[in-house]
Design a protein around this ligand. Structure first.
Ligand code: HEM
Length: 131
């Protein structure tokens, strides 16, 4: 049934970004401990999860919002772009930490993008956890 596809799709998307955030924190810790080899491998796995996050998010968008009208369409596009922004900001934080530079700009962007994504994803857009 089509609705089953949407149901599992939202869960799959949430699963991928929750794992992504956990992996991000693990890589950050490994970098701080100067465990370079483990950080490199975990970072590669994290980048694979970026791909899963984008694919599941894009599927949600094409299946549910590509034909939507008005504010729903706009909000879903902003939500999706903010999702890509979260990934970019995570890479900025990891890159700066790895080079021993200040990661402030990355953290600031990560927080703003995360607030946008959570507010639009959970608060505004309507698929919900149990659609
Ligand atoms: C780390 C990055 C991301 C995070 C933290 C995130 C977070 C979320 C959250 C919290 C929801 C709401 C789930 C629900 O209502 O059950 C959601 C749904 C969604 N996400 Fe993402 N997302 C990310 C990346 C992306 C990307 C890259 C795209 C697009 C390419 C995307 C597109 C969507 C769409 C279309 C929905 C459905 C909106 C709805 O009706 O709830 N997301 N995401």
């Amino acid at each position: 049934m089509m609705s089953d596809v949407f149901y599992y799709n939202t869960h799959l998307h949430i699963t991928t970004w929750v794992i992504g955030i956990i992996l991000f924190l693990v890589v950050l810790n490994l970098l701080k401990k100067s465990n370079e080899k483990a950080a490199k491998i975990t970072h590669m796995v994290l980048r694979l999860f970026y791909l899963f996050i984008i694919i599941t998010g894009a599927l949600l968008w094409f299946n549910n919002y590509s034909q939507a009208g008005g504010s729903l369409f706009t909000e879903s596009v902003v939500k999706s772009l903010a999702g890509v922004w979260v990934i970019g900001a995570m890479e900025m934080v990891l890159g700066a930490t790895k080079r021993g530079k200040s990661a402030f700009a990355g953290w600031l962007q990560l927080i703003i993008a995360l607030i946008l994504v959570l507010a639009l994803g959970f608060g505004k857009l309507q698929l919900g956890i149990l659609p």
